[in-house]
Structures are given as C-alpha cells and as structure tokens.
Design a protein around this ligand. Sequence first.
Ligand SMILES: [Mg+2]
Length: 447
Amino acid sequence: MNRRSILKSSLTLLAGGAVSKATNAEPAIMNVNTASSPSSLTITDMRYAVIVKPGPSPCVLIRIDTNQGVYGLGEVRDIAGPQYAMVLKSRLLGENPLRIDYLFQKIAQFGGNARQAGGVCAVEMALWDIAGKVYNIPVYQMLGGKWRDEIRVYADTTESMDPTEYGRRAKDRKAMGLTWMKMDLGINVLDGIPGTVMQPSGMSKWELRDQPNLFIATEVTDKGVDRLCEYVAAVRDNIGYDMPLSMDHLGHIGVKSVIRLGKAYEKFNLEWMEDVIPWYYTDLLKEITQESPTPTLTGEDIYKIEDFEMLCREHAVDKIHPDLATSGGILQTHRIGDMAFRYGVPMAMHFAGTPVSCMANVHCAAATRNFLALENHSLDVPFWQDLVSGIEKPIVNKGYIKVPDTPGLGITLNDDELKRHLRPGTGYFEPTPMWDEAQSWDDALFS
Ligand SMILES: [Mg+2]
C-alpha cells in the first residue's frame, strides 16, 4: 500500500465503513464521509411524495439529491401542497447544499406565514440532513450540542361533547406515560345549549371561520363559562393537578370573553391558553396576558423571527409556540428560541406532521435551551412510526423521543409503508423536470 491508499482506507474506517467513491476527497477534513467531497457537492434534483394520514394531512415529503449520492429529507408543513417546495427547485439546482444559511436567505422571500412557509422550511430541513450525512454528525451537534437527551412530547386529546368522555381520554393519555397534556375546548361544545353564547344570528360561514375573532361579536355568558369549566374539571379529576395541562381552540370569541375564561380557568392551573386571538394583534394579546391569570401562548402561524421578537419584547404572550415547518426551519427556530430566552420567554413547539419533520423538531429541541415540550398529533395512528427507520422505536416512548446520534436527521424512509399511504393518484418521488426552470424573474427584491 502506498501512502495515498493507506490514508484513503483510514478515512473509510473513520467514516464508519462508507465506501469511498470520490477521487477528489479532501484528506485535511479527517472526519468527513469519504463518499462525499464537500466543496464539489451540488444539488441535482428535488422530488416529492404526498402522504395521507389521520389528523392534519396531507403531508409532503421532499428529497433533495446531489451529484455524490448523498440526499436530504425534508417535509412541507402539514396540509400545504408540494408546489410550495417545488417552486424553489430552480433556485437550488447547481448550488452547494452545505451553504445552508446562504440558501435559506436566498429562498426566504418565497416563505410566508402559516402554510406559505412550508416549502422553504422543508428545503432547510433537507439541507441539514445532507450536511449531517456529509460530515457524519447529527444535526443537533451542528447547532451547538444537546441540552437534553430526550425530547418531551405533549399530546392532544380528541374532542367530545361529553365532559366525562374528555376525562376518560385524558386518563388514557396519562396511562401512555405522557407527562404533559393538551385539551381542545371551544365554544362548539356549547352548541344547542340555550343562554351560553351571545352571538348575532344569521352569520355566514365565512364570517364564522375567516373573520378574526374581534369582528364577529361573539361572547360567552356566565352559564357558558360554567359549562366549559365542567370539561376542564373532568380532565383535572382524571389526571390530577401535578402534570401540565394546556388548552387550544377556544373558539372565535372576543377579547373580554377570553379574559373571563382565563380568570375562570385559574383554579385549574392551565399551562397555557393557545392562539386566543390572531397573533398579529400584539396590543390586544398583551391586554389579555396582563388581565388573565391563565398564561397565554401563540406562534404556530408565525414565519419571521422579528414577529416572534415583537411578542417577546412586549411580553404580549407568556410563552411562544413556533411550528418549525413555518418558523424558518431548524436554524431559524433555534435562533427564535435563543432570542426568546433573552426575554425570559419559554418555547414549546407545534408539530403535526410525519416522523421526518418530527426529527427535525427533535434535533432543534435538543439544542435549544428554553424548549418545553413538542406537540404530537399521531399517538393514535398505528402506522405513523412505521413510515421511517433508523431511530429507536417506539418513536414516542412513555412521553419522550430519544435524540438520535446518527448523521443528519437520523432517519431513512420505509418506501413500502409510505407507498401504502400516498395521496391517491400521486406518485412516489417521481421526476419533476417541469420545475427545473424558474418561470418568473422574482429574485431581485430591490433595484
Ligand atoms: Mg394550536
């Protein structure tokens, strides 16, 4: 063996036995996967698969391929279409995927609030997955390392019109080993009970669904507040007062009704009331937060760190709740957490997708100091964890997800299982040449 071949074989050993295919490997970087030559790595393709599951769905998985066989996995925010990611393909082809922040800033203008950011965030996740595989390192380590080895999961329970049933479902969740609960409880459970909700009759579906709370003159009466309290009491009776209990989907009610509920719920020690009015009414959120003894939280529809910072600086909410597939992906969400820490604001994380996006959340949560708990909507979906391999199963084990130490996000796709859950009429990572060329010149934001 000459010196060159000895060096090459020791690099192969360091890379965990990966076969070196590259002829222009960079021996100076000793722990680099020798299947890859980082400086000449380029993006060659982007494809997708649309997965259908119970709960928020469909979920679009993307795969970014490179010229060296290394690929990255990402996921568009639940319910957003593949076009949000695919419109970015022409901006990514030929680029080095390891330039993560540069590429994110390049495509960031194509993201927006709620599902509109689904594409840019999916790409960002996939770029981290590639970087981790190239350098043989888990994503959390590239963010600065772990604050925790396991990620606490909080669980939603399904709704019922019967308080006793609410209590029973909460008890079942606790029996699964979960250490944090969330209940959805809104004015819909008051439907048909006279004297509980004051609301003008004859409102259109559009008004009820799409007008912000403040404009539909809907308030909860004392009788309504009492009835809602019966549901919370039933849950507390079943899970006790020792574990955190959060609440979401209160319904579209006015600011004063939110405050009245916040006061009525004080005795139940809720961890937070979520998204009580649209997040962009900072002053009104601040009013609620100051008046309500029950803490407030928002953030799952916010894209920009500046908007999170406004809420934190003003202390308009007690806690924030970014969805990593909306809040700019792994690095931006990590930065949001660090920013919030400086203002004394804790960060829970909203999540409703497949295990691909889940693991992006797990790496970010592991590396972010002020993290509280990660949402999971799929505890009752038996095939959810079968969609991927490479990580410990069950993925959610007694209320926690173990942070993996394998490179990148740490997962591979189970093709056969995923193909069983494709959106009918759609393919599995089929070629996407129709997205190769940019169809409009919209990259310049100033002249
Ligand atoms: Mg929510």
